[in-house]
Design a protein. Structure first.
Lengths: 190, 183
């Protein structure tokens, strides 16, 4: 075999291995996009003064709960990936159901109890569709939550394979929190 | 009376959440060092987070496990504090490997038999095309939460020192190749 043929074969081999790693990386990145956004939510929230007090994750469904001691408010974010499979992600986009809840401490027990009664009504109206605000109350800690489910394309928050658009992410979470806060205050008559 | 019960429940919840608070600070610290979290696995007993290292020419990723051991109750926290075992594992990946590479690593596997990770020693583990270095540390959770001006630099210092030590252990095993991809 001549040197030229040997070089050519080696070049093809190197290209095949390189392409294999590129495809493997693409599949890996697809499954970790939801985790990347969850990490960005944690980092930006902690940086803004929220303390992470609850973390649950099985790699596909993630639950975060934050506490803001000074304002006695809480933030709950649940992210459920709908596109762990690369084919689904390529056809529909990297979609995820994101449930955002905003809670505030209410010392008036009857208001918490009223919210819990509303929670029971909310449970009867469970919907898989987005845009429905539900109310939840935690009798033990005195927090009342308003929450909403949204469907988002995770790629909208990425500026590169491992780079997150923090400004956009914070602006969107801030807008949802603002609306839920307003709703909850109106509901509780605060 | 009900308000007092709620206050008690809140303080208990905050005490039980110290390990999650440290995980939150950890994710922020690593993100600020250019290592975003790309994998979460968390249950009631321990939290595991994996971080990608896109700007590090040596490491492929870093995994951190926070496993709380004490301080869940008010009494145990007052007596022995909120202790947790933090396990930091750094991984390098060799993008072209064959079984002879693994056979050639028997010396470090043999040396690992006598190593105790809990004493702060670095333990190496060879996979077919990955080499992992692990170090375990026992920390007091309260030292890494609270005033951000004090706690955050302390956590960053701990992470940087640990990652540097693990990188140093792994460096001899890295085979650079044209196939590098960010993990």
């Amino acid at each position: 075999m001549t040197d030229a043929v040997t070089d050519q074969n080696e070049a093809i081999f190197v290209e095949l291995v390189a392409n294999s790693w590129r495809r493997h990386a693409e599949m890996t990145r697809n499954t970790q996009t939801d985790d990347l956004l969850v990490g960005a939510i944690v980092a930006s929230s902690v940086n803004q003064g929220w303390a992470l007090i609850d973390l649950g994750s099985d790699g596909r469904s993630h639950l975060l709960r934050f506490d803001h001691a000074a304002s006695r408010t809480r933030l709950v974010v649940e992210v459920r990936s709908l596109a762990e499979d690369l084919a689904t992600a390529k056809v529909l986009g990297r979609l995820a159901n994101v449930e955002i809840g905003f809670g505030m401490r209410v010392d008036n027990f009857s208001q918490v109890f009223q919210a819990v009664k509303t929670e029971i009504k909310s449970a009867l109206l469970v919907s898989t569709e987005p845009g429905v605000i539900t109310v939840d109350g935690d009798l033990s800690t005195g927090y009342v939550y308003a929450q909403i489910t949204l469907m988002v394309d995770l790629d909208e928050y990425l500026t590169g394979p491992l780079a997150v658009d923090y400004a956009k992410l914070q602006a969107h979470i801030g807008a949802v929190v603002h609306s839920l806060n307003k709703y909850l205050r109106g509901r509780l008559g605060l | 009376m009900l308000k007092k019960l709620m206050d008690f429940a809140n303080s208990r919840e905050m005490r039980e959440s110290r390990d999650e608070m440290v995980v939150g600070e950890l994710v922020l610290a690593m993100a600020q060092m250019g290592m975003p979290a790309t994998r979460f696995l968390a249950g009631a007993d321990a939290q595991q987070v994996r971080f990608s290292t896109p700007h590090d020419p040596l490491l492929h990723n870093i995994a951190v496990i926070v496993d709380r051991k004490t301080g869940g109750g008010a009494l145990s926290e007052a007596v022995i504090g909120s202790k947790a075992v933090i396990t930091v594992t750094a991984e390098i990946k060799n993008y072209l490997a064959d079984p002879d590479d693994l056979v050639g690593m028997w010396r470090t596997d043999f040396a690992n038999i006598t190593k105790m990770p809990l004493l702060g020693q670095v333990k190496l583990d060879h996979q077919l095309n990955s080499v992992l270095a692990t170090k375990k540390l026992i920390i007091e959770l309260n030292e890494y939460i609270g005033d951000p001006a004090v706690a955050r630099p302390r956590l960053v210092g701990l992470l940087q020192a640990t990652i540097a030590e693990l990188s140093q252990s792994l460096a001899p095993y890295k085979k650079h190749s044209p196939f590098e991809v960010d993990g």
